[in-house]
Design a protein around this ligand. Sequence first.
Ligand code: MN
Length: 242
Amino acid sequence: MRILVSNDDGIFSPGLTALAEVASQFGEVVIFAPDFEQSAVGHAITIQRPLNYHPVKMIKGIEAYRVNGTPADCVAMGLYHLGGADLVLSGINLGSNLGSDIWHSGTIAAAKQGVLLGVQAIAFSQVLNGAEPTYQKQKPYIADVIQMLIDGDQPRLVNVNLPNDPQGIRWAYQSVRQYNGKVVKSQDPLGRQHYWFSAIPLTEPDENSDRWAVDNGFVSLTPLRLSLTDDEWLVKLSNNSE
Ligand code: MN
């Protein structure tokens, strides 16, 4: 099995190394990752300038390349270089990607790019608790998730979030209700005004949502689809116009 590993935190992220190490239990692994951090760039692709990729020193014995592009570019470059792959893995992101984070996440976009190009993909993100992540408790769960998802009839795109102390695995839905996009005004050292945009959850998570699962110590798995069509509305509107 040939596995392409990417991320949005950049080629030097410890989460990337941890994921590639687990992936190497399942087959031949090659890393293509951005040459600097690209968190929250979503599914951007680079079209105004050329892309290139260069080998970097092997990461834990794994072939690795840095790309001067976005996470989605990295997956496109990697699949081009390899002539395809059986699985795309993205992460482990330094921080969770729950609920509405899915819209902004470069980690999930890298996985999504794999699926767009015809390859099954899994995105991994881990809750940050202020300390340096070690991944020791998470690695067996990551292996279990990969094993489960490459086995038979499984979703093509799955978003996985890992808590700090995992106690089990749960399928969960994307928690989209509680979103507070806030612009925070501040000043730079020269007294000039500047702004930070931050998105934080507003209320307690609903049971069985991804946020709830991770808050309760579960590794949350959410199957995602590429179609954004609101099927309910489409049916309703199509019937009305008949
Ligand atoms: Mn990131």
